[in-house]
Write a protein of this length. Structure first.
Length: 404
């Protein structure tokens, strides 16, 4: 790290990624000397410096450029080496297609030719969702992310349940969620009310901005620069993400469009995933507007759900039963908090909804992986019992709504 170009540090390069790079070089290039451009002039990780000094002029040494992916489309991509953005292409069709935010090693071919992607540095994390539809496949949309601007408008775009879903997606990857309420110029009273509501979703600061007027932008820009964060910008179409990014970058980089007046629904002005260096340090990743976001899980059912509901998770520590589902069990601290109006019932409904969605996804993943007949039968019996319980909960909910 001591020899690393400061421009790479501003793009998000750090000590953990440097360790991943050294492990990658040891695994993929155990016998071939490699020079990796970590600075200008080229420098290498310390454990390879002796080899580089001895054979720096040798034609057998392969020189690779360490860069960050800023754009991906099929087999085409663009990468940034801290100073310049370059076109690149995927040479090995069997290799994983990188996503925006990945760090890659690219080889130089000819002066006018695109760089050729050689290897992908192992990711620190990846923001993922389940692909739309019934397929049980993961869609990685961004890698090596430090924080997330979860953007929501104060108009008809406002949807706390959607925000809970996004918080679940980013927190399970140890990404810091930052709620950004855009269009703060609409109504001071509405802003105060919804800021208070958003603060109940998480412990942390909620940022009120008006991207169009530039209100609150400098605060976000200072946070990104000071921490040299790699930030992903998530939200539905029409929420003002492109306007926000233009303001953060202090230039017109992204196209913007007006919303439909009737329902505040946006038209998709961003159709591809891009990463932009923020002047002064850090990066911002822009994503197309989200029509839906289905949670992706890998192992435990409650991993993503619990991380998005710290208030429920904290109350659950006081439940009488360790495996309490917070439904009708005696001694449930969560239900007591709802009765005493210390917790909104809507929060628990959202919690249960995400749990059911994750359980269904895990069941489909197990089916696709091929289980034994006995295990599958036992699981289906348990699943039917759960479905009966969920139907009973839904019926009780409808009855309550009928009385309200």
């Amino acid at each position: 790290m001591k020899n690393t170009d400061s421009h790479l540090l501003e793009l998000g390069w750090n000590e953990l990624l440097a360790r991943n790079l050294e492990a990658l070089l040891a695994e993929e290039f155990p016998s071939n000397p490699i020079i990796v451009n970590l600075a200008n002039p080229p420098l290498v990780p310390e454990n390879l410096s002796a080899v580089a000094d001895e054979e720096r002029q040798s034609e057998s040494i392969e020189r690779l450029r360490l860069s960050r992916v800023t754009f991906v489309s099929h087999d085409r991509l663009r990468v940034h080496d801290g100073r310049t953005e370059w076109p690149a292409r995927i040479v090995n069709q069997k290799s994983r297609i990188p996503c925006v935010g990945d760090w890659v090693l690219c080889g130089e071919t000819g002066p006018a030719d695109p760089l050729s992607l050689k290897s992908i540095v192992p990711q620190l994390n990846a923001i993922s969702r389940k692909v739309p539809g019934r397929q049980t496949q993961e869609q990685r949309i961004a890698a090596n992310v430090d924080a997330a601007f979860l953007v929501m408008g104060l108009d008809q775009n406002y949807n706390p349940a959607r925000m809970e879903r996004l918080i679940a997606a980013v927190r399970r990857q140890n990404v810091r969620p930052l709620i950004v309420l855009n269009k703060a110029d609409l109504s001071p009273e509405l802003l105060e009310q919804r800021t208070t509501e958003m603060q109940t979703l998480m412990t942390g600061e909620v940022f009120a901005i008006s991207a169009l007027q530039g209100r609150g932008i400098q605060n976000l820009r200072d946070i990104v620069r000071a921490n040299q964060w790699s930030v992903i910008c998530l939200g539905s179409s029409g929420v003002g993400k492109s306007t926000l990014i233009n303001a953060l970058l202090e230039k017109q980089t992204m196209l913007t469009g007006a919303n439909r007046t009737a329902d505040s629904r946006g038209r998709h002005t961003t159709t591809e995933r891009r990463l932009f260096p923020v002047p002064g340090g850090g990066t911002i990743m822009d994503m197309p507007g989200l029509r839906e976001w289905q949670i992706w899980v890998e192992d435990t059912v409650t991993e993503a759900t619990d991380s998005a509901f710290p208030d429920i998770e904290a109350l659950a520590q006081s439940c009488h039963f360790r495996d309490c589902r917070h439904e009708q069990e005696p001694g449930c601290a969560v239900q007591s908090a709802i009765t005493e109006e210390r917790l909104h019932a809507r929060r628990l409904r959202s919690y249960h909804k995400l749990q059911r969605e994750e359980a269904l996804l895990l069941n489909r993943m197990r089916e696709a992986s091929g289980e034994s007949g006995h295990v599958r039968s036992e699981r289906k019996r348990n699943q039917k019992q759960l479905q009966k319980k969920y139907r009973r909960i839904a019926q009780d909910k409808r009855r309550r709504q009928g009385r309200e």
